[in-house]
Design a protein around this ligand. Sequence first.
Ligand code: SF4
Ligand code: SF4
Length: 379
Amino acid sequence: VVGAWFARPVMTRALPLLEPHQRSLELCVYCPKLCRAACPVSNVEASETLIPWGKMSTAYLNARGDLPLTEDHARTAWACSNCYACKERCDHGNEVATTLNVARAAYASKGLAPGAAQRVAKQFDKREAKQNKALTHLVAQSKVPTSSTGQPVLLGCGYTRALPEEALSALISVSKLEQRALSPWSKCCGLPLLQAGELERFQKHTSDLLKELPEGESLVVVDPGCAKALKTSWEQAVPGSGARVITLVERAMGHLGKMRTLPQEQRRPLRYHDPCQLGRGLGLYDQPRALLTRLMGQAPLEFDDRREHAVCSGGGGLLPSTMPETSQGMAQARIDENQACGGEEIVTACAQSLLRFRQQGAKASDLVSWLKLGLEHLQ
Ligand code: SF4
Ligand code: SF4
């Protein structure tokens, strides 16, 4: 009888989009909450419903039709910064963030997405047009040579629209590393669509982007969130194409010998924060540390919770829009950890974490600013 109960097709009733994720959901539902302490959202919110088990169980019960489909239940799928900390802690490496993003799409299809997520989806085209304008201005300011046949490069909306100095540093650094004209992409990677619950629109957007990448070219991507989103989506659409996405960190590592160590007066102590998408998302832990070591003449300082165990700054998963206070609480918790480790300036390699740290008043910089200084001697 128990076997028959397990075997029945349960996911097609209320949220059919979640059917392919039944195994992921069931792994969590029947788990004694082993990753409970890993989730930075529930650590700030202190809510059992918002631990990974709670969010996955809500989606599971909603998919079965055992729990009413309400805005409150739907909101739990948006209480995730897509940080992968639970996956790291899980013996099964369960894909919680991926599944919750599909749950967002399932809820959105029923009109249950939170207002903030609906606004992100609605304003996506307008935002992209603003990004285009900002990029045109930055490219003119940077004076880097550009050409439609140049090296394709995507900065990411966070850098282009909110961090112009770091965006300029990124353009100049890529230009010096590549030693050729650039072809800067003005389009957004589409990640906000996925996180807002517009899965089909996201898939169409990313496959259109792939068609724009010239044969034989790779796309250099500055923001690791954009890189992870494109890599995953392209790979799913066309196997092998994910490898055509290269992060700036990887590209810079390939040219480590060209970089100078900064003169003493330009150096200062920096503590490296592993961005979730660069570290747990793309497995790049050693590369940013090697770059910083080369640039600063010594290894960066470390957080107690680092590499695979680094704690999210609250910038991902649309959290700054859907749960702004929680997002701030997460950034503050990481800043407090830095203080407990001895303070000093935080250095990161992701626009969202840089913005979150600065908004909370912390002294923080981006690896790309130091990279630009380390390449200054090159034409
Ligand atoms: S992610 Fe893994 S450890 Fe966490 S609740 Fe799910 S199955 Fe358990
Ligand atoms: S991915 Fe991060 S924020 Fe999302 S449920 Fe897992 S630990 Fe929590």
